[in-house]
Write a protein that binds this ligand. Structure first.
Ligand code: FES
Length: 108
């Protein structure tokens, strides 16, 4: 079953299994994973779903759109050119079945 592991800044982590494909942001909200806000509802317009993708999954990610690149510049926490992504723009359970992300210290 597809799954997403969320690592918190304090060191704890939570793995969520997906019944159907879903983005990292929406899955966090539905399962009460703290640290992801998703203010704009997944429109790539707020950057409060910023996550750092763990290195072992980087080469499987879809390319960033121009909108995603621009929004990431607005993220509250430090930008990591390679690992920073918007959680609403990456769907798990389609081309990518598993991912692990680090949640930033802050989203606003
Ligand atoms: S939820 Fe707003 S950019 Fe992802």
């Amino acid at each position: 079953m597809p799954r997403i592991t969320y690592h918190q800044p304090g060191g704890s982590s939570q793995t969520v299994e997906l019944e159907t494909p879903a983005p990292i942001m929406q899955t966090a909200l539905r399962n009460g994973v703290p640290g992801i806000v998703g203010e704009c509802g997944g429109q790539a317009m707020c950057a409060t779903c910023h996550v750092y993708v763990r290195n072992e999954y980087l080469d499987q990610l879809p390319e960033k759109s121009e909108e995603e690149e621009e929004m990431l510049e607005e993220a509250a926490a430090e930008l990591d050119e390679e690992r920073s992504r918007l959680g609403c723009q990456i769907t798990i359970g389609e081309n990518l079945d598993e991912i692990a992300v680090d949640i930033p210290e802050r989203q606003v």
